[in-house]
Every structure is written in structure tokens, then in C-alpha cells.
Design a protein around this ligand. Structure first.
Ligand code: ADP
Ligand code: MG
Length: 309
């Protein structure tokens, strides 16, 4: 079960420069795609063969219908998605520059999702709960430990990707949340921000003993895993022709979680996460490279020499 924010992505590619106030520039390519960290992770988990449900909020509008349609096309169960009649569906405009991007997000209906929308009987439908984008969902501030506690009591394993804080405040009560969390999966910058550190090793040292499994995503540098007193650094799968890195972290999460749920060792989960993160960079947006399992395996073998499915 994935709980989190929902929005569409309008991705502008091959942009000639950066727009200045009062001026107009041209993008040579554009795509409307399923957006949001949570939905990209859910969609790719489903493409990897898992049965996935989603709890989130949409507006009663075109972007909301598009989001449902995209999730359903990828096999995600949308029955628990809540339509808010008086809200608009969120949207992100992404200006994409190869491995870098600038984004503007209108949050809309996602702002209204809260713990009161989550019922224990719905959590019990699942084996695992993944929550993403903490800072985009203010109603979960001070309530996330409650949600994970609910999930643990219902017998689920749990994972969290906090994602970026657009307010740059980085306030999260990790010490309350970590006891109910099986996998904590921030990226490098996010971990530095929430721990107030500038050195990654120091940041990991600060929280590693409070985490069951900590995995830190590092873009084209791969990832670092920490558990049971061990720290394992694994380089990325090399992709010489990166289309974009949108959704690489969410695709990493999908790979890591799917291996975890099939009983993989943490190191195997990390390697598979690195693989699915790299696969995401071979096509535009976060889900295009994950059309179906056959295609995923082909990319893994042909582009990344990975046969260990
Ligand atoms: N350019 C790349 N080449 C190969 N693998 C990549 C690349 N960018 C990301 N990845 C893989 O995807 C994972 C997640 O990407 P990252 O950009 O760190 O996450 P986020 O999107 O959360 O910032 C990385 O840990 C890495 O394994
Ligand atoms: Mg991320």
C-alpha cells in the first residue's frame, strides 16, 4: 500500500536557457505524465509484479481523471483514492536539463490527506506500507509516527522517503518515527538537511543506530546502505545516455521494496534499487522505462548487464 501525494507532471525538455521574468523561451519537447513521488513508486512497484493499492487525494477534474487512468493502466488499485469535489488536482511543471531540473508544484488536493483518511481495515489489505513526500503533506506532520504505528500493529512492514522540503525548514521528529520504520530511504541532500550535517558519513553515524535499515540515494554515485552495524557503499549502474533523472529515487524505492518483500537480503535490495534507479534514467519521466516486466528485464540485461532477476 502506498500512501502519499498525487499530481501530474508537465515535463518540458530541450529548453534553450532558463526563463527570466517577463521573457519567453522555447522548449523543444514536452510530455504530460503521471507525477508525484508516491504514484511513480506505486506504478513501478506494480510494473515489477507486485499487487499495489494507493491512498491519496485528487480533485474532480481532468488531471484527476488522467492520474486515475495512468495508475490503472499500470495495474495500481485506485479504489481507495479519494476525490475532493472542491479541490484541484496537484500539478508540477518540470523544467528539465538532462540530470538537473527545476520544478514548480501546485499542491491542490494532496494538502488535505490526513491520518483520519486512513482506516486500519484498509491497511490490513497490505503486507507493506510505503509513505512518501512528508513535507508536501502538512496534515501528517506530528502524525506520521501514528500512521506507522497503526501499520505496524496491523502487521505491515514500513518504509519512508521524506523527499524535498520546498519550505527549506526540514522539521521532522525522526526519533518518534524511526521505531516504527523498517526502511528509511532519503537521498543524500535530504539526509544532510534533516540531520543538519555537511558530511554524509557523519549524518549516517548520527542516525544509523536508530534505523533498522537506512539506505541513502546518491544519484550517479549509487547508494549507501546501513544496517546492523554495517555500512555498504555500492556504485551506480553506469548509464552513458541519461534521458532524465525524474523519478530515479522513486524507482530505486520500488526496486528496493520489491526485493525486500520477496525476502531479499538488504544488500540485494540495495543492488536492485540501484538497478531500477538507473533503469528510470533510460527514458523520460519516472515511469516510461517501466512499461512491463519484459521491457524492464530487457533494459536490465542489455543496458546494465544485469541477469540476476
Ligand atoms: N545518472 C544515473 N546513472 C545511474 N544510476 C542513477 C543515476 N541517477 C540516479 N541513479 C540511481 O537511482 C538512485 C536514486 O536516484 P537519486 O537521484 O539519488 O534519487 P532522488 O530522485 O530521490 O534524488 C540512485 O541511488 C542511483 O542508484
Ligand atoms: Mg527522491
Amino acid at each position: 500500500m502506498v500512501i502519499g501525494e498525487l499530481n501530474v507532471d508537465l515535463i518540458l525538455n530541450q529548453i534553450l536557457g532558463f526563463p527570466q521574468i517577463g521573457e519567453e523561451i522555447i522548449a523543444d519537447n514536452m510530455a504530460l505524465a503521471l507525477g508525484s513521488s508516491s504514484a511513480i513508486c506505486a506504478s513501478n512497484l506494480s510494473s515489477l509484479g507486485l499487487k499495489v493499492g494507493f491512498i491519496g487525494k485528487l480533485g474532480n477534474d481532468l488531471f484527476g481523471k488522467f492520474t486515475i487512468q495512468e495508475l490503472q493502466q499500470k495495474g495500481v488499485d485506485t479504489a481507495l483514492i479519494i476525490i475532493e469535489p472542491n479541490e484541484k488536482t496537484g500539478a508540477t511543471i518540470a523544467l528539465n536539463y538532462k540530470e538537473q531540473r527545476s520544478m514548480i508544484t501546485y499542491q491542490g488536493a494532496m494538502l488535505n490527506l490526513g491520518i483520519e483518511d486512513i482506516k486500519t481495515e484498509n491497511l490490513k489489505l497490505a503486507k507493506h506500507l510505503h509513505f512518501s513526500s512528508y513535507f508536501l503533506q502538512p496534515k501528517f506532520h506530528d502524525k506520521l509516527d501514528g500512521l506507522f504505528k497503526m501499520a505496524k500493529s496491523a502487521g505491515l512492514t514500513t518504509s519512508l522517503d521524506i523527499q524535498w522540503d520546498p519550505m527549506d525548514k526540514w522539521e521532522i521528529h525522526l526519533e518518534k518515527i524511526l521505531p516504527f520504520l523498517d526502511i528509511f530511504m532519503p537521498n543524500e541532500t535530504e539526509l544532510l538537511k534533516i540531520t543538519g550535517q555537511t558530511d554524509l558519513k557523519q549524518a549516517i553515524d548520527l542516525i544509523k543506530d536508530k534505523c533498522n535499515l537506512l539506505v541513502v540515494k546518491r544519484g550517479n554515485k549509487g547508494s549507501i546502505l546501513s544496517y546492523g552495524g554495517k555500512i555498504i557503499e555500492k556504485g551506480a549502474f553506469i548509464n552513458a545516455q541519461v534521458v532524465d533523472s525524474i523519478g530515479a529515487g522513486d524507482s530505486f524505492n520500488a526496486g528496493f521494496i520489491s526485493k525486500y518483500l520477496s525476502g531479499g537480503k538488504p544488500e540485494e535490495c540495495q543492488e536492485f534499487g540501484n538497478l531500477t534507479g538507473a533503469i528510470s534514467t533510460t527514458d523520460s519521466g519516472g515511469t516510461a522505462a517501466f512499461m512491463d516486466l519484459g521491457r524492464i528485464k530487457r533494459i536490465a540485461e542489455e543496458k546494465f548487464n544485469y541477469f540476476n532477476h
